[in-house]
Design a protein around this ligand. Structure first.
Ligand code: PMV
Length: 330
């Protein structure tokens, strides 16, 4: 049997970083997907190939501890580790002793704040689970992917695997899970990628250090971040895009305050604002990666051009209604 599953990328509209500390966040799935195909092997090896991160290789032996790189040299093992963790988890649940080929194809830029690693983990859990005959619920797919996220950075909030699993637009709060939000209005968004990759774990650690050192200053910032999300939900429900834009600008200011913006991100944010965006902010972990701008309908192209002139690569952010899904099974 060969199974292909897919899962979408995401854009965090409000609340990244603050969500790690229990504040709510607002996140939307976007129509850029990761596809993971898998089939059993006749031996007990696990072969993983992920062209997007330039890594492939074979795991074998006792507890799959032996690794033989095919592409990506020594670093391949580290890069493939989160995918391996997902596969091991599914194998444990199935109690089967089989080998697998797992091929990852991604249309999501890597390490850019669009949740590519979570989408890979979610699609892998769904595809491998199906091939192994596990009837995984969405919640179980999410839990397996969340465990893998913890391998990448120590204290993930779980927002990335949640949106990749469930799709749509979600209010997410750590420990409380997801609340779907039905959008009555179009929310025209342009994503701008600085092209600079960065580590989510390092940026989350940077905020934590700042919070530990200056708790009386940073904790109120986190809680204001939570208040912005509450206001943003009201603005979205009322279809008030202007208010939503203002709130994005304020949210960006708070993210700058905790040290996760950067020169290249600021350039794209200000280029978008100058071109008439209703609001603009970095999205995801920051440092490099992506920003997102909200525009009035009709201004999308103008804002996109301004972001490109400032050196960014633009992506359209069409909302993905569906989260993880099985694409093919034969
Ligand atoms: O995966 P990224 O880079 O989009 O960042 C995820 C969002 C953070 O809030 C920065 C981290 C987390 O675990 O929620």
């Amino acid at each position: 049997m060969r199974v292909t599953a897919s899962a979408p990328a995401k854009v965090i509209l409000f609340g990244e970083h603050f969500v790690v500390y229990g504040e709510p966040a607002l996140v939307m799935a976007v129509e850029r997907r990761v596809y993971v195909s898998t089939e059993p092997r006749t031996d007990c090896k696990i072969y993983i190939r992920a062209d997007g991160i330039g890594a492939s290789g074979y795991y074998s032996g006792e507890a799959l501890r032996t690794f033989e790189a095919e592409m990506g040299g020594r670093e391949a093992q580290d890069r493939l580790q989160p995918i391996k963790v997902v596969i091991e988890h599914a194998l444990r649940l199935s109690k089967k002793k089989v080998g697998l080929n797992v091929i990852v194809k991604s249309a999501i830029p890597v390490a850019a704040g669009l949740g590519s690693s979570a989408a890979v983990a979610v699609a892998t859990a769904a595809a491998v689970g199906r091939v192994l005959g596990l009837e995984l619920s969405r919640e179980e797919v999410y839990q397996i992917a969340y465990e893998a996220e913890k391998v990448i950075h120590g204290t993930p909030s779980g927002i990335d695997p949640a949106i990749s699993t469930y799709g749509g637009t979600l209010i997410y709060r750590r420990g409380e899970g997801v609340k779907p939000l039905t959008l009555e209005v179009e929310v025209p968004l342009v994503i701008g990628n600085t092209g600079l990759s960065r580590s989510t774990g390092d940026l989350v650690a940077r905020v934590r250090r700042l919070k530990d050192r200056y708790p009386s200053i940073v904790e109120p910032i986190l809680s204001v971040g939570g208040k912005i999300v509450a206001e943003a939900i009201m603005a979205l429900k009322a279809g008030d895009l202007e208010a939503l834009g203002n709130l994005m600008d304020i949210n960006h200011g708070l993210l700058s305050a905790v040290g996760v913006s950067s020169g290249p991100l600021e350039r794209l944010v200000y280029a978008a604002r100058r071109a008439g965006a209703l609001g603009a902010k970095l999205t995801g972990a920051g440092g490099g990666g992506c920003m997102v701008a909200l525009t009035a309908t009709g201004d999308l192209d103008k804002v996109a051009r301004a972001i490109e002139e400032a050196g960014g690569e633009t992506l359209t952010a069409t909302r993905a209604k569906e989260g993880v899904r099985i694409e093919e099974q034969r």
